[in-house]
Design a binder for this molecule. Sequence first.
Ligand code: ADP
Ligand code: G6P
Length: 737
Amino acid sequence: MSKTIIISNRLPVQLKISEGKLTAEPSVGGLATGLKSVHRDGDGLWIGWTGLMEEDTPEEMEPEIDKALAKLNCAKVNLNISEIEGYYFGFSNRTIWPLYHYFLEYTEFELKFWESYKSVNQKFADAILANANEEDTIWVHDYQLMLVPQMIREVWPNANIGFFLHIPFPSYEIFRTMPWREEVLEGLLGSDLIGFHTYDYERHFLSSVRRLLNLDVSFNDIYLENRVIKVDSFPMGIDYQKFENAAKENAANSEAEKSDFQKKLDEHKKSAPDTKLIISIDRLDYSKGIAKRINAFEYFLNKYPQFKEKVRLIILAVPSRSNVPQYQLLKKEIDELVGRINGELSTVNWTPIWYFYRSLPFENLIDLYTSSDIAWLTPLRDGMNLVAKEYIATRTDKTGVLILSEMAGSAYEMNEALLINPNNFEQQADTLKKAIEMPKEQQMARNMFLQNRLKRYTVEIWANEFMQALLAQKEGSLATFVSQKLTKPILENILEKYRSANKRLLFLDYDGTLAGFHKDPQKASPDEELYELLDKLNNQEGTTLFLISGRDKDTFSRWFLHKKYNMIVEHGVWISRNGEEFSMMEQVKGEWMEKVRPVLDSFVDRTPGSFIEEKNYSLAWHYRNTDPDFGEKRATELNTVLTSLIGNDDISVLNGNKVMEVKSSNVNKGRASVRITGEDDYKFVFAIGDDWTDEFMFQELPDSAITVKVGLKKTSAKYHIEGTKKVRELLKNFTDI
Ligand code: ADP
Ligand code: G6P
């Protein structure tokens, strides 16, 4: 039976060995806390790092570790000191983390970090290959493992692979500064489905894919030669019930059942009943804006001194990545800030800030959430921020105010919170005042909406939706194409027909079919292998071969005339048979070109990278080398301009693959190929092509013709095939009969 494999850097537990004894602690961070609930209810396997260093783990303890993990349906990947330094503290947390959170000044591009990242990603991929099989569903998580999807795909081409990024994906302008940007994107593209928390991260990613890899992107689908990858946003939810129930139990606790921590909080509340408690809870991370928050708190107390002794800020910072220099500096900065402000503002009865630097057990986290009047979360950049959602879920009486940075992914779903810009102290001071003074009814009205939303879209639903989308992608991606994949049995059938036909006619498109695209069309000339293949077909008894292309006749004369292949060029204006000079196949007029040429010139001037290809009876505006988004926009614009300009003339505009061509309406590959078909009693007619202009052939050739589209786009062809390499293999079969 197939199972679901979760793979992430962190496992849901962190193992420790002290005095020869193994202990386990729950992992902190949104990924581990969120996925834990999803994993708990399934029978899958979770693969990850235990948090132990290989050098600190006695070999004889390995079986005990494996056993403890197996009980939790987990399996481990061992990391040694140098891997942890290079892959985890290095590339993951000194390169990707700061870069993706827009902290360019903290980002270090170190080749040795990258090398380590690659080899450790391979280690994780190998762990999947050893623990799973190709039928399983593989779900890779987060920025530490971005190369894993492609590493799996290489070994298991049909695997079902999903990837989810738990942190932001930055804008192209930031992402493109990374030296290994293409490799990272290619690693991710091994997936079938790539998920982000928000639509903004999704569109940043798609823009990078388009610009850096020059791939076709249509809406949220990325087209590779042989696969389509879906990209979508799935905002992660929380285990709502768990937090709500914990809060209810907490409220029902008798005095004796209360935790010491809760008793302290109660004591404080009793001694100062009209003091408001503000909490801020995060991992100690510069992306969370903790230092700025403390400064903003000081600013608030100075702007509204009436709140001195009336509010207390509790800062809970969980130690995180303390080997990374920036985190050490931040720790120092916060220690000093808290010390200075408390020193300056404290009174005999009042300390403005309580600061805890530790991880708290779940129970105490709930104590804090439920005892506070306000939660104040000010990340400068945060993929999601689950603390905001957890706080709301614990407010069972619906009171409490959430102040949340608009830079957190969760802000998109939490409009009823008080949203702030963490860089705006003035706004934050005013918002704190508003929160402190907010009447209970208003608090409840806001939280009701928030709670209803969070209750509905829980982490379980999040995971289910992702999984469903992943399965649908696998099954549905091909179903959306009208054509059938040209599989082995279909090929056998075609070859049988080929063999038994005494007269065969082949129409072969050139660019994107027999040869790949090139930045400069003149450079996409035929190679020796292609000549050999075409020679064989051309010399085969009973076979009539036609190259059929939108190319100009001069180029094709240079490339193929000496080979004596039959050729139709400029979509059907010119024909050459058996090495003869080209002659006109259709009577076409060219006067319109004078009118259209200046329009195209103006588009070339205004669209860097685009150029005009002038043929005898048509003009083509190429935009393959332009900025992809800009090029598409300009193409749409040009289409509108040309359509109104040519009016009722017998001229039409063809949208090809990154090219717009203006030509006579009575010329197209369909009309040309049908004419040739009528010249003899052909028993086997075959046409293959990759772009829009080939659709005329697919539509107009008789029903009995075998029509094949190259690539996965929608088509009228009967079959599709995956790219130029496969086309050549197919044609080779024809030569081998
Ligand atoms: P990140 O993933 O960047 O750490 P999130 O807010 O999305 O930020 O997730 C943090 C998770 O860690 C939450 O689920 C929260 O409950 C947990 N957490 C935060 N602070 C503590 C703490 N002091 N002790 C234990 N768990 C914590
Ligand atoms: C964020 C990341 C997680 C990571 C967590 C804790 O939530 O998205 O992948 O696990 O922070 O960080 P750590 O480095 O301790 O795993």
